[in-house]
Write a protein that binds this ligand. Sequence first.
Ligand code: AGP
Length: 610
Amino acid sequence: MCGIVGHVGDEQATPILLDGLRRLEYRGYDSAGLAVHARDGIEIVRAVGKLRNLEKALLQEGLPGKVGIGHTRWATHGRPSEVNAHPHVAGPVAVVHNGIIENHLELRSELEASGFTMSSDTDTEIIAHLVHRETKEGHDLATAIRRSLEHVEGAYAIAVLSESEPDRIVVAKNASPLVIGVSQGATYCASDIPALLPYTNQMVFMEDGELAVLEAEGFTLTKLDGTEVSRRPRSISWSPVMAEKDGYKHFMLKEIFEQPRALEDTLRGRLDRENADIATPEIGLSDEDAKSIRRVILLACGTSHHATIAGRYWIEELAKVPAITELASEFRGRDAVVGEGDLVIAVSQSGETIDTLMAAKEAKKRGAKVLAIANVNGSAIPRMSDASFYTHAGPEIGVASTKCFITQLANLLMFSIWLGRRRGAIDNAQAGELVEGLARIPQVIGERLRITHLTISDIVRDFADARDVLFLGRGLGYAMALEGALKLKEISYVHAEGYAAGEMKHGPIALLDARVPVIVLMPKDRHYERVSSNLQEARAREARIVGVTVAGDTQGQALCERFVEVAETSEALSPFVMVVPLQLYAYCVADHKGTDVDQPRNLAKTVTVE
Ligand code: AGP
């Protein structure tokens, strides 16, 4: 989704804004622009396409000034074009905006009827005109924004400049994320933490319905009604280096290789090996809560949803608590039966995905307890939840989630063990094996990463041109099959389906012929024999089988045209090792095809609009 950056301080704004926008590129965008308070008023430069186009335009125009705002736009209302790119200007006011103004048509007609002329197709320009109208009435910028937002329905994070107040930026938010960064002599704003990491690690997360005035010496935070809000900055532990490629060709590849480290960080201090338990005071649920849960409902979108499918299997198996998983967008669209006794686990890398956020809010309103599993500290979903259990993957820049997915798996498995222990559903020995196994997982994955990458690069040479790919698995392998297919679709634009292997003969088998690779997940678990039979059925239709097999499984490997080996683990731990070759498969196909791996077309890292 769109990205916002703002700077007010002693330094020149343009290089900081461009650097911040570059760090937000992963969110996805199709045009970009800057507005800076220059000597003779606000100057604006905008360009369609990648940031290099904006940089070229800036070389011609130059943009000196110390106070400015920048934006990367992901088109929602109005096609990608220079005229629709932000900032939008009305009179002395310049605005950048993330989100969607739902009543923009109504506001547009009202403004046009009173003589305002629109120059773009966007909903954002409406805000610029509303604020302009209020400043014409003599209101200062903050008041003008407050009064304007009274008319606005929808999601927004905005940053606004006015020619009459050249030493400040005014920001406001509702539903779309916005953070304020504070350092000596400068104040910043951004839609996401990585944009500001080189400049400060002191950040304030704005809440819905708040407005802030940013000046070089600091900021004042208020509610939209003007009531003062006092909130101290939090220290963010992410470093700027974590958000750099570090010699890898793409962020995605770096993040796949970072998985052992991300898992170590996520498991650290949480595995109580002595007591075969999970030590998670931060889960924030008491032993009593654990005993009183009647049902767990796992809500998420995309890749995080796939993690919840594994989570559901673990919770039922290890804690013997009924668990369901549902796409957050579906859950919120219907009148779901949810209430007291339900524990909703909302899983989200960003902690800002609108559907997951709204679904969790709805469940909470109806009496469910909400536990967030998120990667971004202080993001919206943890903030509205009763308790938060963070993953510690560090910033994930590649749009295709990898290291965050694997750490979500870790948290969900830890939660299942924790719940199982408190409900007496697993004994010491079983819990001990799981805890010990989890403790070894980072090393187990790390040892095979390079060889897996080499093997998959080689396999991909034979399969990269396939137009359709099927991923098959059963049980936990089914969740990984879904994830493998999503990864491939996202970054290589190859049509792929993840299927429960047992379902193949209920439809997808009709697709199979000698041109279709079928990637079969074959952990040595209770489903092994049945998965082998499904593999044989696919082979009989001449499909080309690529097996993800455990090391030394010669019987399974003999059935495959090509195979990649993973370490043998217990069934519960198999998703951790199975998913890595699938991530690498998607990566290698995309790299072979030369697609934009880290910023695939049409996709955004954080989906904050409906
Ligand atoms: C993952 O590769 C995707 N980019 C996408 O499906 C993502 O998982 C989904 O948008 C949910 O995001 P979240 O985890 O930040 O809520």
